[in-house]
Design a protein. Structure first.
Length: 296
């Protein structure tokens, strides 16, 4: 083989080798760019057998076309590295996540996540809960009291890693929160409210500094609301009656506890937690842990 033929063959080999390099590419798909924003990443890479994603918020994935959720607003660089053997190609695209319109937290449980709005009408409770969540206070605590058809309660710091025979429900951060009971905020299913000690020792109805409950409830009816009005001496507005209409709730607690939030997504998670088996003290036989993320 003469020299010219050898050079032609070598050039062809180099061209083929160059063409065989991976091509990295992807598309960002999202219906909402406000936190919490869930995005889908559609991988459009070619000639690659492995993928490494960096989402720009400290997390990563090796899935081919992953989904990802951003909890905080800001500008993020999404990086995809497409690899085939020792060859790789990297591409970077930017996504901007906007801040939510409401004060939001996510409560993660073994049964799914709850997206919860914290009310501006109860600023002391809103700010306290937000502060504790940001500090990681609630992470790994338990829903230590669960009553099907009533509510699920958690937030006792003594519940973290507590043995099965431990008495729970008296712990807190060392302070209480002044009552912010509002007549027009009621105990419909998904209401987030502050636990507290009884009126006999707490006539001002101050709230626990950390313990909270989420309403599960039972079906309400006009007759039930009328009986509560007669017993309690207050009258429900037409608006409040319309909220309860056809929904579960615990109206017998209205105007006695501070409600400071409402579940927006994840009602089925409340049902799942409420259905777990419990001991005589209403503690789940299998621990139901929580992790609370601030969304901003």
């Amino acid at each position: 083989m003469n020299l010219i033929k050898k050079m032609i063959i070598l050039s062809a080999i180099l061209i083929l080798a160059s063409c065989s390099r991976p091509v990295a590419d992807f598309m960002i798909v999202s219906e909402n760019t406000k936190a919490p924003a869930k995005i889908e990443l559609v991988n459009k890479s070619e000639k690659a057998t492995a993928f490494e994603w960096m989402f720009g918020d400290g997390t990563s994935s090796d899935q081919e076309s992953p989904e990802h959720k951003y909890y905080l607003s800001g500008k993020y660089d999404i990086v995809l590295k497409a690899t085939d053997g020792k060859k790789s190609k990297t591409i970077k695209k930017e996504i901007i996540i906007d801040a939510p319109d409401k004060c939001l937290v996510e409560i993660e449980t073994p049964y799914g996540a709850l997206l919860v709005e914290l009310f501006d009408e109860t600023p002391k409770h809103r700010d306290n809960f937000f502060k504790l969540a940001e500090e990681g206070f609630y992470n790994e605590l338990l829903f230590h009291r669960v009553i099907n058809g009533f509510m699920v309660q958690g937030g006792d710091p003594n519940s973290k890693g507590a043995p099965t025979n431990a008495g729970l429900g008296t712990g807190g951060p060392g302070y209480t929160v002044d009552s912010e009971i509002k007549e027009n905020i009621i105990h419909v299913k998904g209401a987030l409210a502050a636990a507290r000690t009884p009126d006999q020792i707490n006539p001002e109805r101050k709230s626990s500094g950390s313990q909270f409950y989420i309403v599960h409830g039972r079906p309400t009816s006009p007759q039930l609301l009328e009986s509560i009005e007669m017993r309690s001496g207050f009258t429900y507005s037409d608006y409040e009656k319309s909220i309860y209409n056809g929904k579960d709730g615990t109206p017998f607690l209205d105007r006695q506890y501070t409600i400071f939030g409402q579940v927006l997504e994840g009602m089925e998670v409340i049902d799942k937690i409420a259905a777990v088996q419990t001991n005589p003290q209403d503690r789940p036989l299998k621990d139901v842990t929580m992790k609370i993320r601030v969304i901003k």
